[in-house]
Design a protein around this ligand. Structure first.
Ligand code: ADP
Ligand code: MG
Length: 233
């Protein structure tokens, strides 16, 4: 299954896997992701939303768009079929404006996950050391404060445990000021699974689970992006 998705992208000479493709790969690797389905039309978006149950999140599904929010391509907290239909139109309109060249496959329909502590797990390749796993807290912690930890693959359980604990924001994962604490062992497990997954797939150049919502009893990736190495064809 994993190979089918990767093969297809390589045949089409594209390096960006869509969120839907990326989540399929990760799910097959045992990583918990928000169930996400492709809708190719507005009617289909509404019927999938109704089947999944509200509240719903709609996102642009395009093999040409890396940052979906920047293109006005993400609508969260949709509570009715009517809101889903309108969000579909709004997304298409905004994307046509902001990314007129983008090929659009439709929208990704998914359940709105309940809020948790936002973390990021990523992989990038160092010219010298190869695949490195990154862990950090979401939002400003990564973007502004660069509060992240790195380890070279393959990771052992101890590496995953250490990298979570060495970020400055670690107290936010242990139930800071009455916030829900995060299930650290589930996060360790997710980091290790990502390490195994990228070891098995050297054709992956970059990977981002951004964000993952961490809860007291688990964690789920609400967004995922896989970028492949340029295929040599
Ligand atoms: P982008 O391509 O811009 O990174 P994301 O898929 O990360 O798009 O969506 C942007 C934001 O919307 C996320 O950071 C998250 O806060 C929220 N979000 C996305 N998907 C969900 C979801 N299924 N449930 C709850 N919130 C979500
Ligand atoms: Mg994201």
């Amino acid at each position: 299954m994993s190979n089918q998705i990767i093969d297809r992208a390589q045949k089409e000479s594209r390096s960006l896997l869509t969120e839907i493709e990326s989540k399929k790969l990760l799910k097959a690797a045992g990583i918990n992701v928000v169930e996400t389905k492709l809708a190719a039309s507005q009617d289909e978006a509404v019927s999938i939303a109704t089947e999944l149950g509200f509240p719903i999140v709609l996102k642009i599904a395009s093999t040409d768009i890396i940052h979906k929010s920047d293109a006005g391509g993400v609508k969260v907290g949709l509570k009715t079929a009517k809101q889903v239909a309108k969000a579909y139109d709004d997304i298409m309109k905004s994307v046509r404006q902001k990314a007129p060249q983008a090929k659009v496959q439709g929208v990704a329909v998914q359940k709105m996950a309940r809020p948790g502590v936002e973390v990021i797990i990523g992989m990038s390749k160092d010219a010298q050391f190869g695949p490195m796993i990154m862990f950090g807290l979401g939002g400003i912690f990564v973007e502004l404060l660069k509060d992240v930890a790195f380890r070279i693959t393959p990771l052992e359980k101890r590496d995953a445990a250490e990298m979570i604990r060495e970020i400055k924001g670690y107290p936010l994962l242990t139930g800071f000021r009455g916030q829900e604490a995060a299930d650290i062992s589930k996060l360790e497990d997710m980091i290790l699974k990502i390490s195994d997954f990228v070891e098995k797939h050297p054709e992956i150049k970059e990977l981002d689970l951004n964000p993952v919502f961490a809860y007291k009893d688990g964690a789920v990736a609400v967004d995922a992006r896989v970028i492949l190495e340029d295929s040599k064809s």
